[in-house]
Design a binder for this molecule. Structure first.
Ligand SMILES: [Zn+2]
Length: 448
């Protein structure tokens, strides 16, 4: 009985996912004006839904005497105060929709301010995120049944756990493979290159840092590597030098994708590479200066995003913590009616190095710490090969005793990748200052 229900739900879910994907494909080459109209309707729907069902927004909209109509929604929304991470944390309960009865799940993110935030996602959010991912895969050339290799971080792999049978089976059917890049060493890189050469993926989806390290390794060792149709990079800043080296080594095009845990994938570059196209079917993105005015093309500002699908906890004008620059040309010569941003200056994590040459992606440490509820802020610093210092700002009510077990767990997991001999120290502090550039760094390695 239960399995039958699951089957029905999954079938239904898949239907919705593909319906959203078809809609995106149908709309991507329509004019910018037509797509704006489409977005306007969606934006109005989610804002009025939030007003009716979410106590926090009801209060904010009333207090600021904001009237909302579909015709003026792009102007109306400017009057809603941005949602910052501290506000989200403080108003977590009143940000939940009171009418929501469906399935939802918890996610956690650090964001550039380094303070973990918990938020909720529902099924329609996950369907829309799935569709956006597939749309961007197709830009890089991936068609149904084509092989995809992901160079991605997997804690499970490091801890010796396996993915569920369902996920493994599904990926096998879809020809999708994940190679764990949290821990990379020469031997692993050689093996991954062998796998890439054997599987000949049409597309590689990867952390920026992972494929950059792999490209360097291939070049330095003069190895041969299969050239995929495209490489999609994500989770990190794609510096021009990185892109040049990756494209040169793999003899292919790099597609720069921008996304976050809170709202999913927001933008991706296309073959023409004239900027990153915003996926306006899933999000309404504003790039604003310190006075909360829209930035002129070429000027850098903060990213504020309104998620158009998530009904369990709508995020309206959410300050994600990244900086971006609107493009000088609003449209791309590829003909897509999706506006462009020039670049994103995203979150920063470092690569850590062990004495025997293993490279550990900084994301490994951030993942260990994001999910600890007693921790308000953190920073992981590698002083030298055998010394890691974790600075922690505890949440107000928490005491050291409350998180003793978690500290032990984190220590073990750090030693698992850095080696038993690694000295892991914890520093409990009141504040962690940002770097000189004003950017908050979760992970810093002084071993270059
Ligand atoms: Zn384009």
């Amino acid at each position: 009985m239960r399995t039958n229900i699951i089957k029905i739900i999954k079938k239904k879910m898949r239907k919705e996912r593909y319906a959203i994907l078809c809609l995106m494909e149908e709309h991507e080459f329509k004019s910018l004006g037509e797509n704006r109209k489409f977005q306007q309707e969606k934006l109005y729907k989610i804002v009025s839904y939030a007003y009716e069902n979410v106590p926090y927004y009801r209060k904010v909209i009333r207090e600021n005497k904001i009237s909302i109509s579909e015709d003026t929604i792009f102007e109306d929304i400017k009057k809603i105060p941005p949602l910052t991470k501290p506000i989200l944390r403080k108003n977590f309960d009143s940000l939940k929709a009171t009418n929501f009865r469906g399935y939802f799940y918890k996610s956690t993110s650090g964001g550039s301010t380094g303070e973990p935030v918990i938020f909720l996602h529902d099924e329609s959010y996950s369907n829309a995120s799935f569709a956006a991912k597939e749309l961007f895969y197709s830009w890089a050339g991936l068609m149904d049944g084509d092989t995809l290799i992901r160079l991605w971080g997997s804690e499970r792999d490091v801890f010796g756990e396996k993915e569920s049978l369902y996920i493994r089976l599904k990926n096998r059917i879809l020809n999708r493979y994940t190679l764990n890049t949290f821990v990379m060493n020469d031997e692993k890189m050689r093996r991954y290159i062998e796998i890439i050469n054997k599987k000949k993926p049409k597309v590689i989806e990867t952390y920026v840092q992972s494929v950059y390290e792999l490209a360097r390794f291939i070049k330095n060792n003069r190895l041969e590597v299969h050239s995929p149709h495209g490489i999609i990079t994500s989770a990190g800043t794609l510096y021009p030098e990185f892109k040049e080296l990756i494209e040169d080594v793999f003899q292919t095009k790099v597609y720069n994708r921008y996304g976050s845990r809170e709202v999913g994938d927001m933008a991706c570059s296309c073959k023409k590479d004239e900027g990153l196209h915003l996926n306006m079917f899933n999000h309404y993105v504003e790039i604003l200066n310190d006075r909360l005015e829209p930035c002129n093309p070429g000027a850098m500002g903060q990213v504020y995003v309104t998620s158009l699908h998530n009904k369990v906890m709508p995020l309206i004008r959410y300050q994600i913590g990244d900086m971006a620059v609107p493009a000088k040309n609003e449209q791309c010569s590829c003909g897509r009616g999706l506006p462009l941003i020039e670049k994103v200056a995203g979150r920063t994590v470092d690569i850590f190095k062990t004495k025997n040459g293993e490279l550990i992606d900084g994301e490994y440490f951030t993942h260990l710490l994001y999910f600890k509820e007693g921790i308000e802020k953190f920073q992981v610093l590698q002083k030298d090969y055998n010394s890691i210092i974790v600075s922690i700002v505890l949440k107000k009510k928490e005491s050291l005793k409350d998180i003793e077990e978690e500290i032990e767990d984190i220590t073990q997991k750090i030693k698992l990748v850095m080696g038993e001999g690694c000295n892991v120290k914890f520093k409990f502090v009141d504040e962690i200052p940002p770097s000189k550039s004003g950017k908050y760094l979760y992970t810093i390695s002084e071993v270059s």
